[in-house]
Write a protein that binds this ligand. Sequence first.
Ligand code: IMP
Ligand code: MG
Length: 174
Amino acid sequence: MERVKTLISAEEIAAKLEEMGAAITADYRDKDLLMVGVLKGAFIVMADLARHVQLPVEFDFMAVSSYGASTQTSGVVRILKDLDQEITDRNVLIVEDIIDSGLTLNYLMKSLRVRRPASLEVAALLVKEGIQRVPIDVRYTGFRIGPEFVVGYGLDYAGKYRNLPYVGVMEGSE
Ligand code: IMP
Ligand code: MG
């Protein structure tokens, strides 16, 4: 098994998610909030972030695929699982693990916007600095990182490492 070097520790992530949760709680205080997790990567961020949101939130999930087994974005996004519920007139917050090229999220947001939600915002644990190919307005950002390929806290390399409790870089991958 390759070694993974810690980039962002479990403690740093926990503190950041608490802050993000407090901001979301304040912003959606009188609103009906639906948090939408993008599978598979967001399942851990969603679970941990949601526990810091002190509101009667509802949840839904979508599954998309933008990568094959490679670490390069293909630009091809497939919806593997759509939302279970209607989002018309609802306040939707998309929860993502990481925004890299932005292509996945851009596609997702376009397909959700036509359903006329009352609002549509994004919370992402990680945003890769400067390499978005499409402009994305991320309302709640955890950490900005460099272009390196990271794993852990939901993020995988060829399906593995999602359960690491921190975000790390695989040694030899830089
Ligand atoms: P984008 O469409 O290029 O923004 O890529 C979004 C998706 O690519 C994310 O939801 C991840 O599944 C995957 N991804 C992008 N960068 C990384 C990384 O550094 N590690 C693991 N997965 C990544
Ligand atoms: Mg993903």
